[in-house]
Design a protein around this ligand. Structure first.
Ligand SMILES: Cc1cc2nc3c(=O)[nH]c(=O)nc-3n(C[C@H](O)[C@H](O)[C@H](O)COP(=O)(O)O)c2cc1C
Length: 376
């Protein structure tokens, strides 16, 4: 890691230990766990090992856990029977235990609600016969594949599935929800012109492309209590299209985000690969910083926190070395961003938050892809 002085490490504890507010929720500090798919939930049911995986990190000081993406109750939502579902009696009972254990450990937790859209390969469980669906039946590379363009009925069903999942989250004891609008999955397929060629109300300019997301937010907002936090995660980049952009300018970004904020988003989670990269020319603000400036909402930043290489390296089988976070603390101190989400560093080391909050930076570990193999 880069050299860290005693002064700057105590600064870390001071800055990160402050509580944060998202609507009715008080997060005990500024450290969030980024959502990370693990595929350790056979039958879509998160078991005792998943509960202890999350609660171990809460006990070590993670203030807000955003769970791995979990499928909403729509036949085409997912493609793996080992990824947890957020519908069904046993699945929700598993999730209720996860939430209770995280609370007992002193943390807060929101599920990340997910529909993968055209990323789905047909013929996979849990609903092998369901087609892949998306705004225009296009895959992220622009090809048609075997999916179908969603009808208004499909749109209504998916919106209903997100609202039902959010209601379930509140009912079984979660502290809020995060809607997965990032990385080229269904909601993002509507947001992005590359996959949305619709000529109805859901396609066209950025405001029209945001309408599907806006309707999901509004339906969720209507279903849950007014104080129940709704977080919206989005990204410029897409799976298999890392240089793709939703918005080329702050004005385009505002056109997309303003209707979502108005529909009831309480905080945005702006997913980037490296938090230190400025988003638009002429300003040092990163994507989260721009999001806060444009919407006035609290923001979570993410991307290589505590590590020197981004997560694409991880998918290519490469590890990353430890990197200092002084520049990130600056962004928190100036209130450019409100929370930091930590992905691989926390996957590697359940004690990451305890070490950072306890000024034990010298104990941080590099990220090794072997960490993906277990739920330690
Ligand atoms: C193994 C793995 C699984 C991931 N799964 C998800 C996911 O389910 N939902 C999501 O929004 N992002 C997912 N991501 C992206 C992370 O949330 C995060 O944005 C990314 O890893 C960058 O943070 P990091 O550099 O701290 O790892 C995943 C990343 C990894 C490494």
């Amino acid at each position: 890691m880069t050299a860290t002085t005693a002064d700057s490490t105590s600064r870390a504890a001071r800055i990160l230990s402050r509580p944060a507010t998202i609507n009715g929720l008080t997060v005990p500090n500024r450290i969030a766990m980024a959502p990370m798919t693990r595929q350790f939930s056979p039958g879509g049911i998160p078991g005792a090992d998943v509960a202890s995986y999350y609660s171990r990190r809460a006990a070590a000081g993670v203030g807000l856990i955003v769970t791995e993406g979990t499928y909403v109750g729509h036949d085409s939502a997912g493609q793996s029977d080992r990824i947890p579902r957020f519908h069904g009696e046993e699945q929700l009972a598993g999730w209720a235990k996860v939430a209770a254990d995280v609370h007992a450990a002193g943390g807060t937790i929101v599920p990340q609600l997910w529909h993968i859209g055209m990323v789905r390969e047909q013929g996979q469980p849990p609903y092998a016969d369901a087609p892949a669906v998306g705004p225009s039946g296009l895959r992220l590379d622009g090809t048609e594949g075997t999916g179908k363009a969603m009808t208004q009925r499909d749109v209504d069903e998916v919106i209903g599935a997100f609202a039902e999942a959010a209601a379930a989250a509140e009912r079984i004891g979660f502290d809020g929800v995060e809607l997965h609008g990032a990385h080229g999955y269904l909601i993002d397929q509507f947001l992005w012109a590359g996959t949305n060629r619709r000529t109805d109300v859901y396609g066209g300019d950025p405001v029209a492309r945001a309408k599907f997301a806006e309707e999901i937010v509004a339906a969720v907002r209507e279903t849950v209590s007014p104080s129940f936090p709704v977080i919206f995660r989005y990204s410029q980049w897409k799976q298999e299209a890392y240089s793709a952009k939703l918005a080329e300018t702050p004005e385009e970004l505002e056109a997309i985000l303003a209707p979502l904020a108005a529909a009831g988003v309480d905080a945005f989670h702006a997913s980037t690969r490296r938090y230190w990269v400025p988003e638009f020319d002429g300003s040092d603000l990163n994507l989260a910083g721009w999001t806060k400036k444009l919407t006035g909402k609290p923001v979570i930043t993410v991307g290589s926190v505590g590590l020197d290489g981004d997560f694409i390296k991880a998918f290519q089988g490469e590890g990353s070395q430890v990197k200092g976070i002084d520049d990130l603390l600056d962004r928190l101190e100036t209130e450019e961003v409100d929370l930091i989400a930590v992905g691989r560093a926390l996957l590697q080391d359940p004690q990451w938050a305890a070490k950072v909050l306890g000024d034990r930076f010298e104990e941080l570990k590099p990220y090794d892809v072997a960490a993906l193999q277990s739920l330690s």
